[in-house]
Ligand binder design. Structure first.
Ligand code: MG
Length: 159
């Protein structure tokens, strides 16, 4: 069995008056992500993990933030394109695990919706997708609510 592991990490600044997308779900929040795209930190970390596992560079290489085509783009489209890219290279996704580090709001009421949305886009059962939430207990930039972090690990299989 030819399996490959990948990891991805992403960060976005948070500012008042912007919207907050996490894992393809709109999260009610007084702060949102500053970004060239819609700033979906979790989807970006997952895309990077998938691309890394497949040996296909990273999200910035395929979808540069200097390219006007990706201005304010829905990150769900970036994930669809990433899944298509790894599929064209012969891979299927076995499972994904991830953690979002955000002080406020608490993500736990949204975890099931995020898992469902990701499973629809990726085309695997939601039981193969882990989404966890943590805070930094008020330490550092996530703790000061200045930013959000997401980390993802994936396993893909050459079929
Ligand atoms: Mg990003």
């Amino acid at each position: 069995m030819d399996v490959r592991i990948g990891q991805g990490i992403d960060f976005h600044r948070l500012e008042k008056g912007l919207i907050l997308w996490i894992g393809g779900v709109l999260i009610p929040s007084d702060k949102g992500a500053v970004a060239h795209s819609d700033g979906d930190v979790l989807i970006h970390a997952i895309c990077d993990a998938l691309l890394g596992a497949a040996g296909l560079r990273d999200i910035g290489y395929h979808f540069p933030d200097t390219d006007e085509r990706f201005k304010d783009i829905d990150s769900k489209i970036l994930l669809e394109k990433t899944i298509e890219l790894i599929r064209l290279n012969g891979f299927i996704t076995v499972n994904i695990d991830s953690t979002v580090c955000l002080e406020n709001p608490r993500l736990s009421p949204h975890i099931d919706s995020i898992k469902k949305r990701l499973s629809e886009i990726i085309g695997i059962e939601s039981t193969r997708i882990g989404v966890k939430a943590t805070t930094t207990e008020r330490m550092g930039f996530p703790g000061r609510e200045e930013g959000v972090v997401a980390i993802a690990s994936v396993l893909i299989q050459l079929v």
